[in-house]
Design a protein around this ligand. Structure first.
Ligand code: PEP
Length: 249
């Protein structure tokens, strides 16, 4: 099963539901392939609850883009807890996106976020990725392993966690890793996960960074890839659908 997860970031108003409706219509008609993949869309918090009511029994699932490090309710202005996300019927949450890491989310905070998301039975898409300087200095694997080790508890069973490998230098830049380079990184991360965690469940890794209808061709032959986290191209139903179409072409 491959995942195509759309991250809208700070985009979307009530009328943007049309984007999800069109994607959902495509999924219903794509009888040839639609059992092979799952689509999850992460609109902003303002739209989550109402969109989720509309797509409750549909093939598309909705996802929160983040959650608070604190659980339940509390005096944390502007924050939304995993408990509140769960309460409106959302089952997925993105944690550790590089844009949020850049604005201050460190490993300590991320560890708390992951913990509260697990406590609330949310499925977690946990983002990791090296920046340009780290890549240039050949620190990629070291950085990725540290981001995983510092945040994910050793006894975690990975039933509800998917790793999204998103090189920071690739997000929104049109630059993507070379397929063989990406394959090597994925194999190394999976090897590390197997040795570090005693999980009975299989480890899933997505790739994210400048995935669009053209670049998707580069990822078709990469084994060890469980799907994609898609930013910019997920804001247009046509662009998003074309990614799926081209992937299975
Ligand atoms: C992202 O923000 O998670 C992302 C992958 O963005 P983009 O596809 O626009 O590079």
């Amino acid at each position: 099963m491959k995942y195509f997860i759309g991250n809208w970031k700070m985009f979307g108003i009530p009328g943007s539901i049309k984007i999800i409706e069109r994607i959902n219509n495509f999924l219903s008609k794509d009888k040839k392939n639609n059992k092979k993949y799952k689509v999850i869309i992460a609109p902003p918090f303002t739209l989550l609850s109402s969109f989720n009511r509309k797509f409750k029994n549909k093939r598309i699932s909705l996802c929160a883009q983040n959650c608070s490090q604190f659980d339940n309710f509390g005096a944390h202005t502007g924050s939304v807890s995993a408990y509140m996300i769960k309460a409106v019927g959302i089952k997925h949450v993105i944690i550790g996106h590089s844009e949020n890491r850049a604005s201050g989310e460190n490993d300590v905070i991320l560890r708390k976020k992951l913990f509260t998301a697990i406590q609330n039975n949310l499925n977690i898409i946990f983002c990791i990725g090296e920046n340009k300087t780290q890549k240039r200095n050949k620190l990629t694997l070291q950085v990725l392993k540290k981001q995983i080790k510092n945040v994910i508890m050793k006894n975690c069973n990975f039933k509800n966690i998917i790793i999204a490998y998103e090189p920071v230098w690739s997000i929104g830049t049109g630059k993507i890793p070379k397929p063989d380079e990406l394959q090597k990184t994925l194999i190394s991360i999976k090897k590390f996960l197997k040795s570090h965690f005693r999980s009975k469940n299989s480890f899933k890794i997505l790739y994210g960074g400048s995935v669009d209808y053209k670049s998707i061709h580069n990822f078709k032959l990469i084994k060890d890839l469980d799907g994609f986290l898609i930013g910019g191209a997920s804001k247009s139903s046509k662009k998003f659908i074309d990614i799926i179409k081209n992937f299975y072409k």
